[in-house]
Ligand binder design. Structure first.
Ligand code: ATP
Length: 288
């Protein structure tokens, strides 16, 4: 069995620029991987079949699964006759704004490149990933990136200044389509992506905290007061900056002292079941 780590991402910025003629939104984001990860196990099957299992009953174990789609795409594109048994050990909360499905697909692409001896470059894997979902190319590379287009155009940037990330996922279901639908591009306050890129370049933790921004946050906060509550709790218990990731509902706080991390985690207990304290990963994955 080959095991591949599939880390979640957070958005340090998420901006929506306009709606394109192909109906996708043109976005601009700064994303980084965090040490909250699923584990993907891949075992070779000689019969050509792709099978799936997961430790989480809410993960679909059929063609809807992005990891399945990744394996199928590789088989079809390169005429592969070998199969694979995919096992997803789920740690990343589902439908949370942390790209859980996309990172599973990306890890499957990286792992099968090795298991099926395809010798594809990381750029080729990322390009294939874009056919599965806009966040998959970023997850193929990992690390930290400035993403444009519909999110699939990736430019690597340096790792952000080191800090802790406390995450809390309120128990609400957020529909990404509803959030984009509720977005009024004429009135939103756009994050300052250029300032974020400078802050990261200069390793300036305070400037990074001051520049966090997500254009979707207000929409989600208006629809889900539970998310506001978690945000306020994190701010009050001492996070340096707090933001919602993706279209939510997960909220994360940046913290540069370990002592405050435990205070914040304790403060959230009782209000939220799913709380994590992790480090940023910062650097890109390397291909085996
Ligand atoms: P994003 O941040 O990219 O918007 P997300 O973190 O909000 O994604 P996911 O965890 O990827 O959301 O789940 C979205 C949907 O994708 C789920 O409802 C689930 O049915 C489906 N899905 C497909 N493959 C997977 C997978 N491997 N893990 C989790 N969900 C998956």
């Amino acid at each position: 069995m080959l095991y591949v780590k599939a880390p979640a991402k957070i958005n340090l910025t998420l901006d929506v620029l306009y709606k394109r003629e192909d109906n996708y939104h043109e976005v601009e984001m700064v994303m980084t991987t965090i040490d909250l990860a699923d584990r993907i196990g891949l075992a070779l099957r000689q019969d050509g079949k792709i099978t799936l299992s997961s430790t989480d009953q809410f993960v679909p174990v059929d063609q809807r699964n992005f990891a399945y789609q990744a394996a199928r795409l590789l088989q079809q594109r390169y005429g592969i006759t070998k199969g694979v048994a995919i096992k997803i050990e789920k740690e990343i909360p589902i439908a949370a704004g942390l790209a859980g499905g996309s990172t599973d697909a990306a890890a499957t692409l990286r792992g099968l490149n090795e298991l099926w001896e395809l010798n594809l470059s990381i750029d080729e894997l990322a390009e294939l990933g874009a056919e599965i979902g806009s966040d998959v190319p970023f997850c193929v590379y990992g690390g930290t990136a400035h993403a444009t287009g519909r999110g699939e155009l990736i430019r690597e940037i340096p790792a952000p200044p080191s800090c802790w990330v406390v995450l809390a996922k309120p128990k609400v279901g957020v529909s990404t389509a509803d959030i984009y639908g509720g977005l009024n591009l004429a009135t939103v306050e756009h994050p300052n992506t250029i300032e974020m890129l400078q802050a990261i370049d200069q390793g300036d933790y305070k400037a990074m905290c001051a520049t966090l921004g997500n254009v979707l946050e207000d929409v989600t906060l208006k629809l889900h007061p539970e998310v506001v509550k978690i945000k306020t709790l994190m701010e009050r218990s001492g996070a340096d900056a707090v933001l919602m990731s993706g279209s939510g509902p997960t909220v994360f706080g940046l913290v540069d002292s370990e002592l405050r991390v435990s205070r914040i985690v304790n403060g959230l207990r009782g209000f939220c079941d799913e709380v994590y304290a992790v480090r940023m990963l910062g650097e890109r994955h390397s291909l085996a």
